[in-house]
Design a protein around this ligand. Structure first.
Ligand SMILES: [Fe+2]
Ligand SMILES: [Fe+2]
Length: 260
């Protein structure tokens, strides 16, 4: 089966890119399930109800989050009501929502998805490695097809995660940096990997933001309001081909589509 994973969807431009590409890719590439990182879907910060509805309309099945999970307060209600939005599993247990879920594709294949957040250059959290162990144990009772969105800054931490999980999950993909890496590979025991899917949002931007404010911040270090950029968009993601019987990854196709 083919699972399309889409990197951080940023604001209106990112959501427009979903409408432009997702259904077409589903049809052309025979995609079974679509996962997208939605932490920046509403004006770069969190995901409110309107953005959630648009992601659903554009053909997304499952939404993962990250360090911007709580930026829109209604996310707690969305997670409780909808059941297809997850937040990092290594957040405190008392936090709203859950860190993993299962989803059954149209063809009747059940997959598991885990969301984790890194600890290097990010806020302190519980160990994502131990959280992965716990969530895998839960999901393995239901399916051998498990995908992990590791929302993290450091490529070392992401690689360590994939070595740690190799053979136990179908794929580990990184999100958060908004810059796609070209290091997609299948690990020795069958886990597909990419350090970062990249960003689905405005092309000519700094991680989705208007360059001028960011440059000023680098110049004088003063606080700045970082505006979300508009203009032509880009679509970043990966298609993981997973063997339904073994749960192992057999192929990875990296996607970086730019609006002309
Ligand atoms: Fe992001
Ligand atoms: Fe992030």
């Amino acid at each position: 089966m083919k699972i399309l994973c889409i990197g951080d969807v940023v604001s209106r431009t990112g959501r427009d890119m979903l409408f432009k590409y997702v259904e077409e890719l589903k049809y052309k590439k025979n995609i079974d399930v679509v996962i997208a990182n939605g932490e920046n879907a509403t004006h770069g910060r969190g995901m409110a109800r309107n953005a959630y509805n648009e992601l659903m309309l554009s053909g997304i099945d499952i939404i993962t989050m990250g360090n911007h999970t709580w930026d829109c307060r209604e996310i707690s209600i969305i997670m409780r009501k909808e059941g297809n939005v997850i937040r990092p599993a290594n957040y405190a247990e008392s936090c709203p929502g859950k860190g993993s879920m299962t989803f059954t594709s149209k063809s009747g294949v059940k997959i598991g998805v885990i969301n984790l957040i890194g600890r290097t250059f990010l806020e302190p959290h519980d160990s994502p490695f131990e959280a992965a162990d716990r969530e895998i144990e839960k999901l393995k009772k239901q399916t051998d097809i498990i995908l992990v969105d590791f929302h993290a800054e450091a490529t070392s931490e992401k690689l360590a995660m994939c070595f740690y999980l190799d053979g136990r999950v179908s794929a580990v993909f990184g999100t958060h940096t908004h810059v796609q890496t070209a290091d997609e590979m299948i690990f020795p025991k069958g886990t597909g990997y990419i350090s970062d899917l990249g960003m689905t949002g405005p092309q000519l931007s700094i991680l989705g933001r208007t360059p001028s404010g960011i440059i000023q911040r680098f110049l004088d270090g003063m606080p700045q309001k970082f505006e979300v950029e508009v203009g032509k968009g880009q679509f970043c993601g990966c298609i993981f081909d997973i063997d339904e019987n073994s749960g192992k990854c057999t192929d990875i196709e990296r996607l970086f589509l730019r609006e002309e």
